[in-house]
Design a protein around this ligand. Structure first.
Ligand SMILES: [Zn+2]
Length: 149
């Protein structure tokens, strides 16, 4: 018996942005970033796109991106962002990195790493997580990269 199918309302999950995540959101361990690979120029872009963002070609495949990456660059956010920031309250400084994936793409992502430990070149692991519950009681799934033990 599958609780998920019996109680869909309790388990409804949505990605923080449409087309951003690949896989079954009920099983976060298997969720990956969604990507689009162009058959004409080979460009890989983030998210499920209908045309290539590089050459405009419409012969594309939707792919799951690697869950391992390397920190290419980063910045530390030391002040609470304005608007509907969903992070810890009180605010805790955090890193935002450009994470280079073996798929040939760099992705901007929050870093779940102590800011004193953040280092260019460090290996990182993708994680999907429940960021918040929205007004329709959906669990909103976002992503971050964590350090690799
Ligand atoms: Zn292209």
């Amino acid at each position: 018996m599958d609780m998920v199918e019996n109680n869909p309302a309790e388990f409804q999950r949505v990605p923080v942005r449409d087309g951003l995540l690949a896989g079954d959101l009920r099983r976060l361990d298997g969720v990956r970033l969604a990507g689009t690979r162009c058959h004409s120029c080979g460009e890989v872009s983030l998210g499920q796109n209908q045309v290539c963002l590089n050459c405009g070609g419409d012969q594309v495949s939707h792919v799951s991106l690697s869950d391992r990456g390397m920190l290419w660059s980063y910045t530390i956010v030391r002040n609470r962002p304005p608007g509907d920031y969903k992070g810890p309250d009180p605010f805790k400084p955090f890193g935002i990195g450009l994470v280079e994936l073996p798929d040939g793409i760099r992705v901007m992502s929050p870093l779940d790493v102590e800011i004193s430990d953040v280092q260019i070149g460090m290996p990182l692991q993708f994680r999907a997580f429940v960021q918040h519950v929205d007004a329709e009681h959906h669990e909103v799934i976002a992503f971050k990269f964590t350090g690799v033990a």
